[in-house]
Design a protein around this ligand. Structure first.
Ligand SMILES: [Zn+2]
Length: 55
């Protein structure tokens, strides 16, 4: 199985996450799941919680 190197934490990851354009990272850079979800939360703080509250 091919492994990718996360651009942020430099760890190997089998799952490939591509950063969003707004994050101003290289378009071809790869993130692991951990860094990706952390970025999501930084970029959209509290947004997921609000969506849950409506439901
Ligand atoms: Zn990472």
């Amino acid at each position: 199985m091919r492994k990718y190197k996360c651009k942020i934490c430099q760890e190997d990851t089998i799952y490939k996450y591509v950063p969003m354009k707004q994050w101003k990272l290289d378009v071809d850079c790869i993130l692991c799941g951990k860094c990706y979800s952390r970025r999501i939360h930084e970029y959209y703080p509290g947004k997921h919680k609000k969506i849950n509250k409506i439901r």
